[in-house]
Unconditional design. Structure first.
Length: 287
């Protein structure tokens, strides 16, 4: 038991596994949506008349059911993190974050059920993704807290800019869900759309992406001038991830939203979320 749960290394490994699995949930959710399998299991918590797909004549129930089953993997990993946190007498911050990471998963399952019961209402589907983003933020901060990564004490102005950057990124991700709700990949051919004009919301989404780029560049210049090398490194990683994600976003838009690029864009969402949460880990001390 000590090897599995009783060392800081084990705790770190469980936390990393939990973070990776939560990122994977975004990708598998994208597969469900892009394959048109969102109502492959038209009921919840059962998949039609049983708790597992039976007598199916297409791949859609299997894809949707597989995505549901990943939630139980996430719960098992979150419990492992929590057990290891207590067995290793981790800090209060690590324990609190571990509880958050576990508590969000049943809620995620309930919201997933509501998406089915509302026949993939795009606003509920968006909430489903945003909960995953929140869990990734929590897990990222948890990994960083366990690893004991160095923390730079930023001046108040820079600290507030970092916080602003984080929240603008959250707005960018939310606007991305609005664009998705207006787009062609609904998860099922009969699913409703949000009724918004896709070109307008896509332009608004892109505008906020450029705000993120601008804020990142301002912070990068300030961190370099003031000698905050660690913050500068994290900002460079974030800038690279955002620029690559932006390039994928523009490409998918002008190429007619091909499935492959949309899936890659979903991977990018997980990457930029980890990058911005690592930069603003909620514990950088202002002075």
């Amino acid at each position: 038991m000590d090897k599995l749960f009783g060392t800081t290394g084990a705790l770190r490994n469980w936390a990393i596994a939990s973070l990776v699995a939560n990122c994977a949930l975004i990708v598998t959710g994208a597969v469900v949506r892009l394959s048109g399998s969102g109502l492959g299991c038209p009921t919840w918590p059962k998949c039609d008349q049983a708790y597992v797909p039976k007598g199916v004549d297409s791949y859609h129930p299997l894809i949707e059911f597989g995505n549901r089953m990943l939630t139980f993997v996430l719960i098992a990993l979150a419990i492992a993190v929590l057990v290891a946190a207590y067995r290793t007498h981790a800090s209060r911050r690590v324990k609190v974050l571990s509880w958050y990471a576990l508590a969000g998963l049943p809620l995620q399952g309930v919201v997933g059920g509501i998406t089915v019961l509302t026949h993939l209402n795009p606003w509920v589907v968006a909430l489903h993704l945003l909960l995953s983003i929140w869990l990734i933020v929590v897990c990222t901060r948890l990994v960083r807290a366990i690893a004991g990564s160095p923390v730079e004490a930023l001046p108040g102005g820079l600290r507030r800019l970092v916080q602003l950057l984080f929240w603008v990124m959250m707005v960018v991700i939310w606007l991305g869900t609005v664009v998705t709700g207006a787009g062609p990949h609904a998860g099922d051919h009969g699913a409703q759309r949000n009724g918004l004009e896709i070109l307008s919301v896509a332009r608004l989404h892109a505008l906020f992406v450029w705000v993120v780029v601008g804020l990142t560049l301002i912070l990068l210049v300030q961190a370099s001038r003031r000698g905050f090398a660690l913050t500068r490194k994290y900002l460079l990683v974030l800038l690279g991830a955002v620029l690559l994600q932006g390039a994928i976003g523009y490409a998918q838009f002008f190429l007619g939203v091909p499935v492959g690029l949309v899936a890659l864009h979903m991977v990018g969402i997980a990457v930029v979320t980890v990058a911005v949460a690592w930069l603003d880990d909620g514990s950088i001390i202002a002075r």
